[in-house]
Ligand binder design. Structure first.
Ligand code: THU
Length: 142
């Protein structure tokens, strides 16, 4: 059992999932045809959602998690309490990519990550499980 910094109720995680699924419908992904949506919960219990946005110069594209968390931080919020990610075209529960793991864990410690597939089935893991041995996490506090 994972002990989270902020205990989150299942109903709140499922609300995040809904917001992520809605955002995923706005995905701009003409190159992969792989729509992803994400929704992050801030310390003030506000939800920020986003989708993947691809580009004809492939590396310029961004993931759904980056969009959602950029909105959270640029709105003035400071922390991620939980995040949901859904692959609207994915059979598998969609795990954040390596870059996203690094990006999102900057703003929270041991928070739940809900990963869903196109059927809306999901599993929840802790951010610490997805990015273990993260000895740099508290670097800014030194
Ligand atoms: N993608 C995300 O949006 N989040 C992830 O964590 C994994 C991958 C996007 C990037 C690209 O637009 C598409 O999914 C296929 O990789």
């Amino acid at each position: 059992m994972v002990s989270n910094t902020h205990p989150i109720k299942t109903e709140d995680l499922e609300k995040l999932l809904k917001a992520a699924a809605e955002a995923g419908k706005k995905s701009y992904s003409p190159y992969s045809n792989f729509r992803v949506g994400a929704a992050a919960l801030s310390e003030n219990d506000e939800i920020f959602s986003g989708c993947n946005i691809e580009n004809r110069s492939y590396p310029a594209g961004i993931c759904a998690e980056i969009t959602a968390v950029s909105k959270l931080i640029s709105s003035g919020a400071k922390e991620i309490k939980a995040i949901a990610v859904i692959g609207l075209d994915s059979e598998d529960f969609l795990p954040p990519c390596g870059v996203c793991r690094q990006f999102i864990t900057e703003f929270g410690n041991n928070f739940p990550i809900l990963m869903a597939n196109k059927a809306g089935n999901y599993k929840v893991v802790s951010s610490t499980d997805l990015l273990p041995s993260d000895s740099l996490h508290d670097l800014k506090k030194i």
